[in-house]
Design a protein around this ligand. Sequence first.
Ligand SMILES: [Zn+2]
Length: 259
Amino acid sequence: MSIRKVHALVCGYEVSDKGALTLNKDVGKKIKIPYYSWLIEDPNHTILVDTAVSVRWKELHPKPLADAYPPHLDYEERLDVLLGMLGFKTQDIDIVINTHLHYDHCGNNEMFPKARFLVNEAELKHARRPGWWDEGGYVKALFDTAHLKYKAISNNYRVCPGISIFPTIGHTLGHQSVVVRLEKTGLLVLVGDAIYLRENIETPILPGIYWNAEEYAKSLTKLIRLAKVNKATLLFSHSSEYLTPRGWRILKSGIQSFA
Ligand SMILES: [Zn+2]
């Protein structure tokens, strides 16, 4: 039996305002934030967690979004090219988990028509009809296409032995994180946007983008507790810094694998 692995794939970056990541602090300061997609190689499934920013963003992103946050994406940072480097075709992916449906987490969903998409029920419903206050983060053309098969889930969901999804709401109303049990690393948690930066934990400080601050704080606390009590490693969607039981580490550029 092959062993389970998680591969961190860096799919380009955008330049953001740091105030969006650390509420009321460093507003106006520009910060480069990477986009990540995670490939889980399991003996029975080939799973992607988030599909990063669209390779077709110039066509699909509305102009205000494209002008404000133009993605920087080289050919070798395309999700399909990175999967190819690991020996996978897009058709090999049988499950995609979206932590939430912001444009930079479901951008390449269209590449995986053979996959079953596991998305939180409330998130899917809201992303299809967002409010005027948060519609800027959702781009329907990226995820709401007829050829994709969504399975709306709620609460805790076991994908298969060793891989589970659990709610970490607050950033959005249906945000979820993924926990993977690995032989050497132990528990690995893909937190999505439930935490942006080391600073959110250490200061602590909320990010500048959230649906509900109180729920965000609860989810952040839950994840820190999971890291401490269960010696879990936490990987974030927009930071190359990650938290291990032995302290903070930095992800390599390109592909880094955990077993
Ligand atoms: Zn987000």
